[in-house]
Ligand binder design. Sequence first.
Ligand code: 5CA
Length: 445
Amino acid sequence: MRLSRYFLPVLKETPSEAQIASHRLMLRAGMIRQQAAGIYSWLPLGFKVLRRIEEIVHQEQVRAGHIPLLMPTLQPADLWRESGRYDDYGEEMLRIQDRHKRDLLYGPTNEEMITDIFRTHVGSYRDLPLTLYHIQWKFRDEIRPRFGVMRGREFLMKDGYNFDIDKDAALHAYNRHMVAYLRTYERMGLTAIPMRAASGPIGGDNTHEFLVLASTGESEVFYDTAVTDLKLGARKVDYDNRDEVSAICEEFTSLYARTDETHDEAAFAAVPEARRKVGRGIEVGQIFYFGTKYSEPMGATVVTPDGSRVPVHMGSHGIGVSRLVGAIIEASHDDRGIIWPEGVTPFHAGIVNLKQGDSATGGVCDQLVAGLEAAGLAPLYDDREERAGAKFATMDLIGLPWRITVGPRGLASGKVELTCRRSGESDEMSPEAAVERLREIYAHH
Ligand code: 5CA
């Protein structure tokens, strides 16, 4: 993509309404535009990151055996009257009437609707286990939308729902989600720690939240610092193997890590003092097991092998897809701008032409674009008539992890410069070698 033909409305001034780095940087980098409190348009750069995050979420869900579908944003109130939540949900729910005066709502979550789909189409234990999920916009009329996409009113969530024959099978689904989530966040360059949590309006006893440590996080967290060293890494997981999956969950949840909702001073005191830490975190996901809370009142039952009918055991599992864009920036930026992890970057590399209009630098830039695209990578080529300093500042702000600088001085000896956004280190090499290096780096992402 040529920057001169792209739509990247960067801001020079720091927007005064933004209180935290990610919100400021998303506005300055031209990623989002606020349309109403907690409601945003996703401009092209922001939209690209959102799509990349979605793609990782999809891949890891499918890898765990979960099946995507798509439910609507608007839901009939009657479904929620069946579960009793239409009245319980309160002011956070946006209620709407259509022209026939039928009550609708903009979905804050989808337990009722998925349970309706299940009861309509599934009736036998033979069809279990089943986990269905979607990535869809939600609306919650938050009292205090703030921090940009972190606490929005309209936000994108992945929500998945498991249906199982009994509690053991449902707890396996819960564990499967935990492991799939760990892998999802790691691919985004994040350390997200599962912490035992309180369930709130979703219901259920077993629930974990996933928290990304950040001083601007909304939740207070208490943890054993050893938990931050745990990594899933490249290990292969057989998601059907209950023992294997549960052993991984055990590994990631046995060290002390709790939010203020479930914090236990006595248990915390047992952690060696040097490893005891109180901090803040951003909740980027939550998993729940809630048994038959919805299947019973809504009649979602299956026939068992002995011919009896039982309500299915369910759980629901959410990832804050749009919130993740902010969380990743909170975890990865400096005073010049964003630093995208390779796994989610909107473009793989920036190309800066230091002498616009010069046929030699222009020719090499074109060659780099073609080479990178042939390697399956997406470069952003800054071909604007701008000073070098302005081009570097834009690249630093939008945070592409790698930059190739092409100038007449280097080209005199056939060299371009490859610079790492995170470390600031630069290496001189031929254009071909730069393409090859980037191909290798991205082979793992
Ligand atoms: N039905 C369950 C799981 S599918 C559910 O709704 N869970 S939740 O309430 O915990 O939301 C899931 C995730 O969505 C949260 O962990 C958080 O990352 C994200 N989220 C929740 N509220 C907002 C909001 N107002 N703005 C942005 N993201 C949000």
